[in-house]
Design a protein around this ligand. Structure first.
Ligand SMILES: Nc1ncnc2c1ncn2[C@@H]1O[C@H](COP(=O)(O)OP(=O)(O)OP(=O)(O)O)[C@@H](O)[C@H]1O
Length: 293
C-alpha cells in the first residue's frame, strides 16, 4: 500500500497542497479528482520525488520511499516527456533499460504492448509522425512496460479514443489484479466511477473527501423518485420534503428525515396509485458537485 502522509507544498505564499493524507491500497484503483488547480499534479510530483514536499512524506508498506523504490514505479507525468524525432521502438527500449530492464526484455515488452495498442506496424516511425492520441498510447507504454510496482498516472485517459480507453482499462485491471497500487487523476468522472475502488477528492489543495464510491454516496443527500397518479403537484405543500422537480405524476424529492419519507408515502397512497417510490443512486458527478459546492 502506498501511503501519502500530511503532504504539503508551498510555492511562495501559495499553499498548493495542504496537509493531504490518503492511502492507495495495493491491488486497487484509486481515482484522484478535483478541479483545475486543485493540487493533483503537485501531489503526484511529490509522490514521485520530482518535487520536494514542504512537509509530509510518502511510504510504501510503512517504508519511506527511496529513489530506488521510485525507479520501479510507473509514472505518467502531466508533461509528456518523450523524444519526438526518435523511432518509437528504439526509445521504448532505451526507456525500459533506464528502468533496469535488459535490452531483450525491454524489446519484447515494448513489442507486446505496441501490439496491444494497435501500433505494431509503427515501430520504426518517429514519434512526431503519430497522431496526438497515438503519441499518448506510446507514453502509456513507456510508463507501464517495466512491470512497475506502483502506478502514478496524471490524466492517463486524456486524448484517448474509446478503443484506446478500453485497452488502457484492461491494462490497469491487469496491474491491479497483480496487486499493484494504482493512482490516476482524471476529469472524466464517469470513467473514474466505473473503474475505481477508491476515490480521493481535492479542493484548493485540501482533501475534502475520500473513500469508496459507496462511502461518498452514503454521505450525499439521498433523493427519491415518486410516481403517483394522477398528479404529484400536491407534494410541493408537504412538510419535511424538498422538491427538486415535479412533472405531472413524476416527482424527485429529498426528505428532511426518514419519517418525512414515510409520511409522504402514506399521503401518496391515500391520494391515488403509487407507481414508484425509490431512492435514486446519484452519479459520481452529482456527488462531486455536492462535496465541492
Ligand atoms: N511550479 C509552480 N510554481 C508556482 N505555482 C505552482 C507551481 N506548480 C503548481 N502551482 C500552483 O499550484 C496549484 C495546484 O496546481 P496543480 O497543477 O497541482 O493542480 P491540478 O489539480 O493538477 O490541476 P489540473 O487539473 O488543471 O491539472 C495551482 O494553483 C498552480 O498554479
Amino acid at each position: 500500500m502506498l501511503q501519502v502522509r500530511s503532504l504539503t507544498r508551498r510555492f511562495g505564499d501559495k499553499t498548493a497542497v495542504d496537509d493531504v493524507t490518503f492511502d492507495v491500497p495495493s491491488g486497487k484503483m484509486t481515482g484522484f479528482v478535483g478541479a483545475n488547480g486543485a493540487g493533483k499534479t503537485t501531489t503526484m510530483r511529490m509522490i514521485m520525488g520530482v518535487l520536494t514536499p514542504s512537509a509530509g512524506e510518502v511510504l510504501m508498506d510503512d517504508v519511506p520511499l527511496t529513489a530506488k523504490m521510485r525507479s520501479r514505479f510507473g509514472y505518467m507525468p502531466e508533461e509528456r516527456g518523450l523524444y519526438p524525432k526518435q523511432p518509437i521502438l528504439d526509445q521504448l527500449v532505451y526507456l525500459g533499460q533506464l528502468h533496469g530492464m535488459s535490452q531483450n526484455d525491454a524489446r519484447s515488452s515494448a513489442r507486446d504492448m505496441l501490439e496491444r495498442f494497435a501500433l505494431a506496424d509503427r515501430t520504426k516511425d518517429k514519434l512526431e509522425s503519430l497522431s496526438l492520441g497515438n503519441q499518448q498510447r506510446v507514453q502509456i507504454i513507456a510508463s507501464l512496460m517495466h512491470r512497475p510496482t506502483a502506478l502514478i498516472l496524471d490524466e492517463p485517459f486524456s486524448g484517448l479514443d474509446p478503443v484506446a480507453v478500453d485497452s488502457m482499462v484492461e491494462l490497469l485491471r491487469d496491474y491491479t489484479a497483480q496487486g499493484v497500487p494504482v493512482l490516476f487523476s482524471s476529469h472524466q468522472l464517469d470513467l473514474v466511477d466505473r473503474l475505481c475502488d477508491n476515490l480521493v477528492v481535492l479542493q484548493q489543495g485540501r482533501m475534502i473527501a475520500s473513500g469508496t464510491g459507496e462511502d461518498l454516496r452514503a454521505r450525499a443527500a439521498t433523493r427519491h423518485r415518486i410516481i403517483v397518479h394522477p398528479d404529484a403537484g400536491w407534494i410541493r405543500e408537504e412538510t419535511g420534503v424538498r422538491v427538486i422537480d415535479v412533472a405531472g405524476p413524476d416527482a424527485v424529492v429529498e426528505f428532511e428525515d426518514d419519517a418525512a419519507g414515510q409520511r409522504l408515502l402514506a399521503a401518496a397512497l391515500s391520494r391515488g396509485t403509487v407507481e414508484q417510490f425509490s431512492p435514486i443512486r446519484p452519479s459520481l458527478s452529482e456527488i462531486y458537485r455536492e462535496v465541492t459546492a
